[in-house]
Design a protein around this ligand. Sequence first.
Ligand code: FMN
Length: 253
Amino acid sequence: MINVVSITGSYRGKKSLSSYCVDRVIETLRTAFKTSLTSSQFDPKKNLISDCVGATTCFRRGKCSIRDDMELIKKKMEEADIIIFSAPVYAHGIPGVMKTFFDRIAHWTHLFHLRGKLCIILSISDTNGNNYVSMELQRYAEYLGMVVVGSIEIKTGILSNEGIDSILRKKVSDIVTRIKNKNWSVSQNQEESFHSFKKVYLEGLGGSEAEHNYWRSNLCYFNTYSDAFNNQYNLDKNVPMEQPFSLEHFLSE
Ligand SMILES: Cc1cc2nc3c(=O)[nH]c(=O)nc-3n(C[C@H](O)[C@H](O)[C@H](O)COP(=O)(O)O)c2cc1C
């Protein structure tokens, strides 16, 4: 079973093109993987994502004090194999609600908490600014610990629905090939920040007690971030035994 979670940054619900693109991506992944795939989709129209109030409880105690749908979203992200971030382009940046979403999980950026998960990025504009949003989402995904396996930029103002569908099918097919061939790796930035964080937590140079405990129990014994990521990578194990998730298996299909 492959578990996909998507976070969409549009308030436009069923009218949202960002949600439309997520639906198409999930549909294509489901067909391509030929195994059961479960998905949970979150957006600000359905889910309450309150503003961060700056209490810093998350950094100090490892838990946010606000009670809203972020608790469920966080749990679902922890259980996911693949996470999709889909954002409309607002003034060449991500929409405010998406920034709020990242603020609410900012403490995870000190912990590489989403290591082992793959991320797919979608930026949806009218005509321009996708590159800024893609870069922004990539930065968040990497600081959260994920490996970005694909970034798709859609300009809805210059494409028909058929044009959008065709780009999505092609891009997702490339992403599936990358995943099946394990043609991805952690980034140089992730390795570098892993080593500087590890030094901080091993030598007691800063950070909260909650962060120290997390690093000492989960991360400090890995020599590289690549080892830490691969140790947590579950996609292979999540595929049922009768359909082994191996390169040979997929090449024979
Ligand atoms: C406040 C705001 C700012 C926007 N800024 C841009 C922009 O910088 N470049 C662009 O091409 N489209 C811009 N758009 C258009 C949206 O990116 C586009 O309509 C997108 O498809 C909306 O996604 P959605 O349907 O998922 O809500 C903006 C729209 C809004 C509401």
